[in-house]
Structure formats: structure tokens, C-alpha cells
Design a binder for this molecule. Structure first.
Ligand code: ZN
Length: 401
């Protein structure tokens, strides 16, 4: 549980209604405290919350108390619960006998236990039509559980919104999830169509690298010229490594800034040797580093990387209908689904499948992302069940991230 406190700017009309809420809460608390006290003193009867709530309903029907109808009934019920727990604490020896609330000792506040939300800079609660203007000086994360509205001694109004954060669900900053596929030609292909290229200057530097290596081999061992050539070569190596590191940092910064959830194939080192895509040893290092950076950067930002089983056929599967193209060759950059006729860019299709599969097999992430309105790529659970794909692999919990 976590609370955000915001200043509220009610209209004159709303101020009147707020004032009625403060007063009614105090009235209900005192009225039922008195009733409980009397019931106990006269009949040695202990009234509980339910007895109070029933009586409150009756009270509202009486002409004398008809003004209670103007008040959010959930707020009044919350007051009864508050009284009930004060009573219970007393009987457990945890607190003193509840006091009557006077105008002096009463903190002007009331609780709205449900139907609370913020929309267009306004706090929406029952009975307050149009909502109350609030100043959202910071972004909220989590689901609002209840609101506590208060007025301080200088006449300022505040709302404290208590939210529930679930740790296993990535916290939302911009509600976006992306699937990424790693490759040689394009370093990263995103399910939203973005592509990140391999470092371009690498080729020119590699040319220079080869030249220097050639020169070095011609130098006499132990000569000062050889030492000079070696130093030059080391500098080039260093430059390439730095550029590559910089490039990867820029990409992972961008990806983790733009997305809350990133789905990717799990690149375990053992498996990498067998993976055709990762034949290039330089790429091996880059891919491992990309994964490492995405994980720690997203965890800083409150997001998460969802890793999926590398043996899920992300390239061969049609992201539109789920049909599997068993004949897809490594050289096929584009292909057409024989089931639905959809034409696919190989890598884009793979990244979309990776995202889709990650969300499908990760229930926590799924709930979060569905709330963001992510497309289902035209597939239904039914079509997947019938193709047998849903049962094939065990879900990978977020905890494994
Ligand atoms: Zn298809």
C-alpha cells in the first residue's frame, strides 16, 4: 500500500457538500458510539457493525435525518467500520474507549472506500458530480484502493489516494510492451516495427584493423617498430570496443525508456553455440550484453524483461494466424503464410511472436498489458488451442527474470 497526497480545489458548491460530509461522518460516529454505549449499559448488549449499518438505513428514512441521503453511503458505512474497530481495539485492551468526536478534536476528514478514480485532472467520487479539481503534481502507479479527503486548519483541501502495488507486475510508466528479435543484419528488430542497426562505422574501422594487423605481421619481432604497430592496433581495438559499448548503451537506454515490458528469447550461453543466428562470436558478446543491460535498466525503471524459451519457433510461426511454416529456410527474409495469406518480414514476424508468446505464457504480464490495449495479432486462444500451441511449453514466471 502506498499513498499519494494531492491538493484539491473544490468549487463553492462542492465545499458545501464536503462540509456536509465532514459533519455527517462526525454525527454518525457519535450517534452510534452513543447507541452502543447505551445498549451495553442498559441491556448489556454488544452492538456490532451489522446492527449499526441496519440502523443507519432506518435512520435515513426518518424525516429528521433525511439529509444523510446527500452523503455517500459508503463513506458512512466506512465510519461505522471505523467505530467498530475502535471498539474491538478497546475490548482487546489495545486502545482506550473510543471518544466522542467534538468539532474541536475532530480532524475534518472522511474516507471514500470505493468508486474512486482520477480523470482529466479531476477526482471522481460518488455524490460529487463532475469531479473535484486536483493538482496531480506527480504520476501515480498502482490501483486506487480508497481515498481520504481532508481539510486543514487553514481551509485547504487534500485528498490522499491509497494505491495497491503488486510487485510481480511491472509498474507502469508508459504502458508499452515490445518484443525484440536479435539478428546480424539488423541488431534488434522490434515488434512495433522499429529497427536498430549494427554499428555502421564498424566496417571502416575493421578495414583499418586488418591493415594494421598486416603491417604488424611484417615487423621484426622485438623491434621498436613492432611495438609501435602493436600499440596502434590496440588503440583501434579499444576504439571499436568503445563504440560498440556506446552503441549498445544508446539502444538499451532508448528501449527501456520507451517500453515497460520487453520480451526476448532467453540467450543462455550454452544454447548460443547451437543457435545459427549467433554464429558470429562478436555478436554473441553483444547479444549477451544487450540482454544484461535491458534487464538491469528496466528493473531500475520498474519494468521487466520477459524471457521466453529459445526453442519457441518465433520465426516459423505466422503472427497473424498461428500457422507454422515448417519449410522456412534461413535465407528466406520474407514469406507468405499458406493458411491466412499474410505476407511476413521474417524478423518483424518473429519479434511480434516473441512479444505475443511472452505475454501469453506470463499471466502477470498479460493482465498488465491487456489493460494497455495491446493487439492480439488477430489470434484467439481458441485458434491456438486447436493448433496445439498453447500446451506445448510451460509458462515462464516473471520471477525467473
Ligand atoms: Zn497465417
Amino acid at each position: 500500500m502506498y499513498s499519494y497526497k494531492f491538493r484539491m480545489y473544490p468549487t463553492k458548491e462542492q465545499e458545501v457538500l464536503l462540509s456536509k460530509h465532514f459533519g455527517s461522518v462526525r454525527f454518525v460516529y457519535n450517534h452510534f458510539l452513543n447507541q452502543r454505549k447505551e445498549a451495553y449499559q442498559t441491556n448489556e448488549e454488544t452492538l456490532n457493525y451489522f446492527a449499526n449499518a441496519k440502523e443507519l438505513t432506518n435512520l435515513k428514512q426518518e424525516e429528521e435525518f433525511v439529509w444523510l441521503k446527500e452523503i455517500n453511503s459508503q463513506t458512512l458505512q466506512a465510519t461505522l467500520k471505523n467505530l467498530d474497530s475502535a471498539y474491538n481495539s478497546f475490548f482487546k485492551g489495545l486502545a482506550r474507549f473510543p471518544n466522542f468526536k467534538s468539532k474541536k478534536n475532530f480532524k475534518q476528514s472522511f474516507r471514500v472506500p470505493q468508486s474512486v478514480f482520477v480523470e482529466n485532472g479531476k477526482l471522481q467520487i460518488p455524490k460529487f458530480k463532475g469531479g473535484i479539481k486536483i493538482k496531480l503534481h506527480r504520476e501515480m502507479q498502482g490501483n486506487i484502493k480508497f481515498a481520504t479527503i481532508s481539510k486543514n486548519s487553514t481551509g485547504q483541501y487534500f485528498v490522499s489516494l491509497t494505491v495497491e502495488r503488486e510487485n510481480n507486475i511491472p509498474q507502469t510508466t508508459n504502458n508499452k510492451a515490445v518484443g525484440i528479435d536479435l539478428g546480424i543484419k539488423d541488431l534488434i528488430i522490434c515488434s512495433d516495427g522499429k529497427k536498430y542497426h549494427n554499428l555502421k562505422s564498424k566496417k571502416t574501422l575493421e578495414k583499418r584493423l586488418k591493415l594494421l594487423q598486416k603491417r604488424l605481421s611484417k615487423k621484426v619481432k622485438g623491434s621498436s617498430n613492432r611495438i609501435k604497430a602493436k600499440t596502434k592496433l590496440a588503440k583501434i581495438h579499444n576504439k571499436i570496443a568503445n563504440q560498440r559499448a556506446n552503441h549498445i548503451h544508446q539502444i538499451t537506454n532508448k528501449l527501456t525508456h520507451d517500453n515497460q515490458v520487453i520480451a526476448m528469447e532467453d540467450l543462455n550461453v550454452k544454447g548460443m553455440v547451437r543457435n545459427h543466428k549467433l554464429a558470429n562470436s562478436l555478436s554473441d558478446v553483444a547479444f549477451g550484453e544487450i540482454q544484461r543491460q535491458l534487464e538491469y535498466k528496466l528493473s531500475w525503471r520498474g519494468g521487466a524483461v520477459i524471457k521466453i524459451n529459445r526453442f519457441y519457433p518465433s520465426s516459423k510461426t505466422c503472427s497473424n494466424c498461428g500457422w507454422i511454416n515448417q519449410n522456412l529456410k534461413l535465407s528466406d527474409r520474407e514469406w507468405t503464410c499458406q493458411s491466412c495469406g499474410c505476407n511476413h518480414d521474417r524478423d518483424l514476424n518473429a519479434s511480434q511472436n516473441i512479444l505475443w508468446y511472452a505475454l501469453k505464457t506470463n499471466t502477470a504480464g498479460m493482465a498488465e498489458i491487456q489493460a494497455c490495449g495491446l493487439p492480439n495479432y488477430g489470434r484467439t486462444e481458441q485458434s491456438l488451442r486447436s493448433s496445439g500451441r498453447l500446451k506445448q511449453e510451460a509458462p515462464m514466471p516473471l520471477g525467473s527474470v
